[in-house]
Design a protein around this ligand. Structure first.
Ligand code: ADP
Length: 311
């Protein structure tokens, strides 16, 4: 049997990433030839623009593949002007997409502004009509070909049903050795909370942790662990401070961040962190080692545009 696949379930979109000197003032016009110093104002300029394949699950699949895993993305792929862009990009990154539904729809986009001055990335996302995966989407898939399925925190009602299905299949077929992980990324979406109890590995973003009143990563994982399944691991990356995890026995482990020579592009840092964590946990590494590696890989990523080269 070929090496088992790790599958990330979620969304693919186009990221239009604008790298600017600093975050623009409202109602200004920033171009690549804008003068850097203008009388009476702060200088700004668009340093670069890239159109790339994005989306959390799509990014994590890319990173898993670049790290050497047999990676698959599973989500709706829009059929339209950009179909070949998606297909070729997935092929280049050796990410399987053969089982994805392909649907006529407008392409979801994320317009991103990356500020060199502050190192922030600001995202405006739009999805007009690309349908999410239906609740029964996994029923057609040969689950024995996978050993890990990771769910992006979206399409919550259907993700709950998909996980329920995978769990039931695991119980019926003990030969299915499948780990489930989930990501809670967006803050202030109460419906996301159902995901806490779905995975054996649960990733929460700093935004989610802060929206629940936590101001540091250790107290976040310690304080939120009770919401997860017994035996599970709760992991929380915290930007330039690194990451923390609360283990099944309630103990907390942390890793410092890995600082690149300069912060160039934080788009997809969290997706990279998750991918690298899964990559190591899948190999059986202890959580503290997985956190360390994930911080090194994600820290390396924020030092480059896009996802290449990774360590
Ligand atoms: P996102 O911006 O996608 O929400 P995070 O800010 O949570 O992602 O960062 C994920 C991981 O990326 C962190 O745990 C850290 O390892 C790495 N990282 C993010 N920003 C930096 C930074 N400025 N310097 C070094 N590492 C970083």
């Amino acid at each position: 049997m070929p090496e088992r696949r790790v599958m990330t379930v979620g969304m693919v979109c186009v990221d239009i990433i604008n790298y600017v000197v600093r975050f623009p003032d409202e109602d200004t016009d920033v171009g690549s030839n804008s003068p850097l110093e203008v009388p009476g104002g702060l200088g700004n300029r668009c340093l670069d623009q890239q159109w790339c394949r994005g989306g959390n699950a799509s990014n994590s699949a890319t990173v898993l593949s670049l790290l050497g895993a047999n990676a698959e993305f599973f989500g709706s792929i829009p059929q339209g002007d950009l179909t070949s862009f998606f297909e070729e990009d997935f092929r280049r990154d050796r990410v399987h997409v053969d089982r994805c539904p392909r649907l006529a729809a407008r392409t979801p986009t994320s317009c991103v502004i990356v500020s060199a001055a502050s190192g922030t990335r600001t995202i405006v996302h739009s999805n007009s009509d690309l349908p999410e995966l239906p609740a029964d989407a996994l029923r057609r898939l040969p689950l024995r070909e996978y050993d890990w399925i990771h769910f992006e925190g979206r399409n919550i009602a259907n993700v709950n049903k998909m996980v329920e299905y995978v769990r039931a299949e695991r119980e019926k077929n003990p030969e299915l050795k499948l780990t489930i992980s989930v990501e809670l990324e967006k803050a202030n979406r109460p419906e996301l909370d159902t995901l806490f109890s779905l995975g054996e590995v649960v990733f929460i973003s700093k935004d989610v942790a802060m929206s629940k009143g936590f101001t540091d990563m250790e107290s976040a994982v310690r304080g939120l662990k009770a919401r997860t399944l017994p035996g599970s691991v709760l992991i929380c990356p915290w930007g330039e401070l690194g990451a923390a995890a609360c283990l099944a026995d309630g103990s907390v482990v942390t890793s410092e961040a890995h600082r690149p020579p300069s912060v160039v592009d934080t788009v997809g840092a969290g997706d990279t962190f998750i991918a690298a964590c899964i990559w190591r946990l899948r190999r059986g590494d202890p959580v503290n080692r997985a956190l360390r590696t994930a911080c090194v890989v994600a820290g390396t990523k924020v030092g480059v545009k896009g996802f290449r080269p990774l360590p």
